[in-house]
Design a protein around this ligand. Structure first.
Ligand code: NAX
Ligand code: ATP
Ligand code: MG
Length: 366
């Protein structure tokens, strides 16, 4: 757990990362995020993601989903831009090899023209597990990586990654946000002795072993950032592990993970902007941007859940948590730390954490 980034390095960075609200800034500068997700079964998850990112302060949120899901999602909110471009077998019927390729080409044609506009793309909330859909999403991931766009993988995006880990292995701008079950599947696949361990054979890990195991997993995956959600959220990029154990809420209603991915994506888009500027100005870069963003996303989400629970108790639902995201009482989870730490120790331009190898690539793509 040593030799890398420490918690006290991460939190102070946030005050520089969060963009100012100033009249000269234009639409889009505070983040353009997108989610690939939303299918016949799930319309709530991509909505929770997008509205959370907007409530956190992102300027634009897009959803790329199936046609059936799009009408439903549009009816939830006019704030979100919805693209009904994905296809699932339920709608197309069984397709032959050539027809599948045609569908993929069509989807890629639609999605590609938007991709490079985004500061962060989240893959998976409410995506479903249809094989045609997942084939297309694998291509979207490859294309997004070629543009150096930060990715957050959640929900069914993690199902895809567990089947095809090479899609993200070694990509430094990937953040994985598994819940307990998704984490166990990943561990079985990546660290398991056999790569096809059945659920019954999943290695159980005690809470004590969790940080070490998570670090090993992130390292084996080539330095991606992993947020292992649970009673405590552990976050690692393979170099170090930090934990977010603010109590949060005892309510475990569905959708809270989607809020976390929305918050994280918003911070990633801000961090991307900040790190690119720092690099172009020749300032030394501290810390891994995805670690900073993941920790901020986790802390905020848990604090918002705590505030929502204080008000709504057992009837707390995810919408109540989203309403608390921008409250002063929620945001104070991040900034008191910053204020205290900054007075003791910090000069952001003199961190000596090695600059990220792909910061230049990030800059070029913006
Ligand atoms: N309103 C919506 O549209 C929602 C859709 N969702 C989507 O639903 C899809 C499936 O997601 P799931 O999370 O259900 O994935 P899975 O289908 O892999 O189910 C995970 C299972 O693990 C169980 N579990 C969770 N935490 C556990 C713990 N700590 N210990 C033991 N078991 C635990 C859950 O009860 C669930 O049955 C994803 O695409 C996801 O994004 C969810 O995000 C929830 C909200
Ligand atoms: N036992 C717990 N105590 C406190 N907070 C928790 C607990 N378990 C999860 N959380 C928090 O709830 C949020 C969502 O985590 P969870 O494990 O429910 O994700 P998920 O299963 O992916 O959710 P979703 O229903 O959106 O798919 C995270 O911020 C996490 O920190
Ligand atoms: Mg989830």
């Amino acid at each position: 757990m040593d030799g890398g980034l420490k918690l006290q390095h991460i939190l102070p960075a946030l005050q520089y990362v969060v963009p100012v609200l100033a009249p000269e800034r234009h639409k889009g500068q505070a983040g353009k995020v997108a989610v690939i997700g939303g299918c016949r079964e799930y319309t709530g998850a991509p909505y929770f993601f997008a509205i959370s990112a907007l409530k956190m302060g992102a300027d634009l949120a897009h959803i790329f989903c199936t046609a059936g899901a799009a009408t439903v999602i549009k009816s939830y909110s006019p704030e979100i831009i919805v693209h009904p471009v994905l296809h699932e077998s339920y709608d197309t019927g069984e397709l032959g090899g050539k027809e599948r390729v045609d569908v993929k080409d069509k989807v890629m044609g639609e999605v590609s023209k938007w991709l490079e506009r985004f500061d962060c793309i989240v893959i998976g909330p409410g995506l479903g597990r249809d094989s045609l859909l997942l084939d297309c999403v694998a291509e979207i991931i490859v294309k997004a990586k070629s543009l150096n766009i930060p990715l957050v993988l959640d929900g069914d995006g993690l199902f895809l990654i567990t089947k095809e880990p090479e899609l993200v292995i070694g990509y430094p701008f990937a953040t994985l946000t598994p819940n307990v079950t998704e984490h166990k599947r990943l561990v079985a696949k990546i660290l398991g002795e056999k790569n096809n361990e059945a659920p019954g054979n999943w290695r159980e890990v005690s809470d004590e072993d969790l940080p070490g195991q998570l670090q090993a997993l992130a390292k084996k995956m080539g330095g991606v950032t992993i947020v292992q959600k649970g009673k405590t959220d552990y976050i690692s990029d393979g170099k170090t592990v930090v934990s977010s154990d603010y109590f949060g809420s005892p309510r475990r209603c569905g959708g809270q993970g989607d809020v976390l991915s929305g918050c994280t994506a918003c911070f990633v888009s801000w961090a991307r902007d900040f790190w690119s500027k720092a690099d172009s100005e020749g300032r030394k870069i501290c810390s891994n941007p995805t670690m900073v963003s993941a920790l901020a996303g986790s802390l905020l989400c848990r604090k918002a859940a705590a505030n929502a629970f204080a008000q709504h108790k057992r009837s707390t639902v995810t919408g109540n948590i989203i309403e608390c995201l921008g409250h002063r009482l929620t945001l104070c989870i991040l900034f008191p730390f910053v204020a205290i730490l900054c007075t003791v120790w910090i000069n952001f331009s003199h961190f000596d954490y090695p600059a990220h190898p792909q910061i230049h690539a990030w800059k070029e793509s913006t």
